[in-house]
Design a protein around this ligand. Structure first.
Ligand SMILES: [Fe+2]
Length: 217
């Protein structure tokens, strides 16, 4: 394949719908991934696509860069993403989501960037950068996905919460591990992300609410 290329694949015990929700939940980008992202604003969004502008600091490149991203669901198992960066650079990505059993998913991400032939020597660096990016963001997302799945299996609904908590009644005897996770886009918002945009809420922290440094003495 011409240009720069990388491919990574991981299997997880989260349903495909939850993984797709995670990729289209742009509000968490400046929170969960605050070490990488600075600002994000959604310019336009519909039920299977989103156009956003974001600033981030990439691995090995300690400067803040802006990019415009367009991502869309080509099918319920395939997301395409285009990052328009500085100097006319365009990063194209394909995310494939395969079901593994009834509640698992394999995520495969192929990244591609066309560059002039004279810059093809950058391939090892590109692979290293994409690898670092994929796995660091992946690790940060995992905790969030775990929490989401846990409350989902207890009956959680956006902007409603858990009925048994709201009603102060007994909870379910056991989580509904087979509760289907539908793909419902766009993801509901609680911030100004689709208007003026949002910035990261902190610059230094362990994961919000989960860091040892935030535990009482
Ligand atoms: Fe994420």
């Amino acid at each position: 394949m011409p240009g720069l290329y990388s491919k990574f694949s991981e299997e997880v015990s989260f349903p495909r719908g939850l993984i797709i929700w995670n990729y289209f939940d742009h509000e968490h980008v400046v929170g969960t991934h605050f070490e990488h992202y600075h600002q994000i604003r959604i310019l336009a969004e519909e039920s299977n696509w989103c156009l956003s502008q974001r600033s981030a600091t990439l691995p090995f490149m300690p400067i803040k860069m802006w990019a415009t991203q367009f991502c869309y669901l080509k099918s319920d198992k395939w997301m395409r993403s285009f990052h328009f960066g500085p100097f006319g650079l365009l990063l194209e990505q394909d995310f494939h989501f395969e079901d593994v059993g009834s509640q698992g998913c394999r995520v495969t991400v192929e990244s591609h960037m066309n560059v002039p032939r004279i810059l093809r020597w950058l391939q090892p660096f590109f692979h290293k950068l994409m690898r670092r990016w994929f796995y660091s963001v992946w690790a940060e997302d995992t905790e969030m996905r775990e929490r989401r799945l846990k409350v989902w299996q207890l009956g959680f609904r956006d902007f409603v919460g858990l009925n048994y908590v709201n009603n102060k009644t007994a909870g379910p005897a056991r989580p509904d591990v087979d509760r289907p996770y539908p793909i419902e886009l766009p993801v509901p918002k609680i911030t100004e992300i689709a208007r003026g945009g949002v910035g990261r809420p902190f610059k230094n922290s362990r994961k919000l609410g989960y860091g040892l440094s935030e535990l009482p003495e």
